[in-house]
Design a protein around this ligand. Sequence first.
Ligand code: SF4
Ligand code: SF4
Length: 479
Amino acid sequence: MSETPPGDKPEIRYVNLYEAEAKIYTRRISGYFQRLRRYLSAPLIALFVLLPWLSYHGRPVVWLDIQHQQFNILHFSFWPQDFMLLAWLFIIAAFALFTVSALWGRVWCGFTCPQTVWTLLYIAVADAFEGDRNKRMKLDQQAWSFEKFARKAAKHLVWLLIALLTGLTFVGYFVPSPQLVMGLLPHLDAAGNMTTSLGWGPVFWVLLCSGMTYLNAGYLREQVCKYMCPYSRFQSVMYDKDTIYVQYDTARGETRGPRKPNDDFKAKGLGDCIDCSWCVQVCPVNIDIRDGTQFECINCGLCVDACDQVMDKMGYPKGLIRFTSETELSTGKLQVFRPRLIGYALAVLIMLGAFGYTVSERKPVSIDVLRDRGARMYRVDGDDIQNVYTLKINNMDQQDHTYDIAVKADEGDATEFRILHGHSVKVKTGEVLSVPLRVAVQAAALKGAKHEVEFVVTAQDNAAIVANEESIFVGPEHE
Ligand code: SF4
Ligand code: SF4
């Protein structure tokens, strides 16, 4: 808001950077892109709600088990040691977003982002109880009455129910949903205090997530996209002149202006835009796409649907506002495949392949061998030369295992190495156990100062669960 302080010179203007956002009343619209969003978002919402209820071999299909620091998906379990895999997954997701953004602009924001999907769901609820744009505006300006109270109360009740369901579902990814729902039922403990069998922690998280949903989708809406979401800024950086995104065909639309149905508008110097402002009224971020590309635009296509309806009514061809590229607008030709896009797509495919291979080859056990680097490189005990090692065995399986530890010389070397004092250990699921080991060899059998040795760890109950690691055995220098 600009204002001139009283008594100040009229040309000095102060700009309030904390101006309150005006409430946006979007007009209800139907059309191809609105339907497309429903077809895309309905299965995604269903998947989000159902996943925490599904189990696989007696365990939730997706379970972020924070208590045991374990991320379970299907039969895979990932531990903090698998952080690199998670980092790779984020990098692949970022590159996939770059690829889609370079091709279609911010379609992720407009069609599948939870913020947009939930916001449109909340707007649909408001629309159902308070009516379309004009009715909602009128209702807000009216004095309080029973009808106004009833409509608002019904809207907020449904908003709260959606928020609660969202909060419960989200926390269900961390605490299995059946357990969560039963565990949240309050009861009196032995001392007569109100409690739940899961304690108050999950209650807090469910309420927090529900509150955030209600606040984000009910009130903050487009402000999250404009001021909070980091993706909104860097997705726009991916645009080039061949990116296909929502644009107004200025050459065709201008000069804009109203006209009567049978007017020869071209003779009056008018373009196809009748200046009805429908494209602005349906916009969830309240911008006028006719002013050109703006960072607020989430590429949702609602203005395309609105303008197409207007064009239909006027008997003009559709597509005055459409998904198109700058190249297409200036030359009439759409160019999709280009080096940058192909580069992004190839990078995603290669990374996905490498990630899939790493996950499929991932063993449920890994070992690290650390040689004792003390002052003495080796010990002499009778006829034996001994080296000391620490073996770190990482059990990444979903159950405890007892592992046999073996050591052998490198291929082609007949030297017989032995582990002294026992060579099997029990490691709990998710545990990284450090095992001190003493390896011995007959001094006479050693042919040189350094021998390559290989440690092999095998689960007693499943020979396929095996890991190996090479190290060095050091003996005395021979004359
Ligand atoms: S300008 Fe059009 S595409 Fe962009 S946010 Fe508004 S309605 Fe959606
Ligand atoms: S909806 Fe189409 S005709 Fe109406 S103002 Fe927007 S661009 Fe012009």
